[in-house]
Ligand binder design. Structure first.
Ligand code: NDP
Length: 255
């Protein structure tokens, strides 16, 4: 056994919410490359199938279960379907998320509710639904995708509901980590900085000052640079790590 073997995920079943594009797909691909059987859980069935075809080239055949993470019924269906077809779930990556921009006085209740339902409530529900199985088995790793925006007030890109949802994810991570540590379940989070995906209109020149010039590394991330940290927290390379919020932001939150 070498240290690299600790990152292997052979025989593990990993569910990635929102795994059909962006950061989620990069994490799903990394887990598959490490040997895990990956299940993509997002709403768009066609994109799920496309992602599954690509992820399957990296490792064992991947699967998709069409899921709206805001629905507890869908999450129970996801857990039961995966367990029946592939066995119990070893890894849950709570990645699905939506963005919102705008000054707080211009955000309506629908905007607030949508962001909270997807980014925070769904992490709570999925962790409960799948965590119950993990606690019963005394084994499992949950990795939540938070954000650097949950660590700081990211002026002047006002997005209070998004930042609050991600700060909530970070605290939920620590709360569940403490509660479930004695039950053999680890709960950690990654907090990415600016990353080029569909959620971010990152190449819009109006944001360049903040998304490149203000970043100590003077650039934004690619999704593939975020994924290895999720693999680390999901794998046996981090067996004594729980409640950690791993910031991956090119140094943005340093100043
Ligand atoms: P994308 O918009 O590229 O992907 C979002 C994913 O979430 C899609 O797969 C989408 O699939 C899924 N999703 C959204 N709503 C739901 C839902 N109700 N049920 C199931 N799946 C859903 O975004 P990113 O890859 O950029 O974001 C991934 C995560 O990373 C998010 O949590 C985001 O907040 C976080 N993050 C992103 C950063 C960035 O700069 N990009 C920075 C910091 C954090 P579908 O529409 O098919 O359901």
């Amino acid at each position: 056994m070498t240290v690299l073997d600790l990152f292997r995920m052979d025989g593990k079943v990993a569910v990635v919410t929102g795994g059909n594009r962006g950061i989620g797909k990069a994490i799903a691909t990394a887990l598959a490359e490490a040997g895990a059987t990956v299940v993509v859980a997002a709403r768009d069935a066609e994109r799920n199938d496309q992602a599954v075809a690509e992820i399957s080239k990296a490792g064992p055949a991947a699967h998709a279960v069409t899921t709206d993470v805001t629905s507890r019924t869908d999450l129970v269906h996801l857990r039961d379907t995966v367990t029946e077809r592939l066995g119990p779930i070893d890894v849950l990556i709570n990645n699905a998320g939506v963005g919102i921009h705008g000054e707080s006085l211009k955000v309506d209740d629908e905007g607030w509710d949508r962001v909270m339902a997807t980014n925070l409530d769904a992490v709570w529900k999925a962790s409960q639904v799948i965590g119950e199985q993990m606690v019963a088995r005394r084994s499992g790793a949950i990795v939540n995708v938070g954000s650097m925006s949950g660590m700081i007030v990211n002026r002047p890109q006002w997005h209070a509901p998004y930042a609050v949802s991600k700060a909530g994810v970070h605290h939920l991570t620590r709360s569940l980590a403490a509660e479930w540590a004695p039950h053999g379940v680890r709960v950690n989070a990654i907090a990415p900085g600016y990353t080029k995906t569909e959620i971010s209109d990152i190449d819009d020149p109006k944001w360049k000052h903040y998304w490149i010039d203000e970043v100590p590394m003077q650039r934004y991330a690619q999704s593939a640079e975020i994924a290895p940290s999720a693999l680390y927290l999901a794998s046996a390379a981090s067996t004594f790590v729980t409640g950690e919020i791993l910031v991956i932001d090119g140094g943005y939150t340093l100043w």
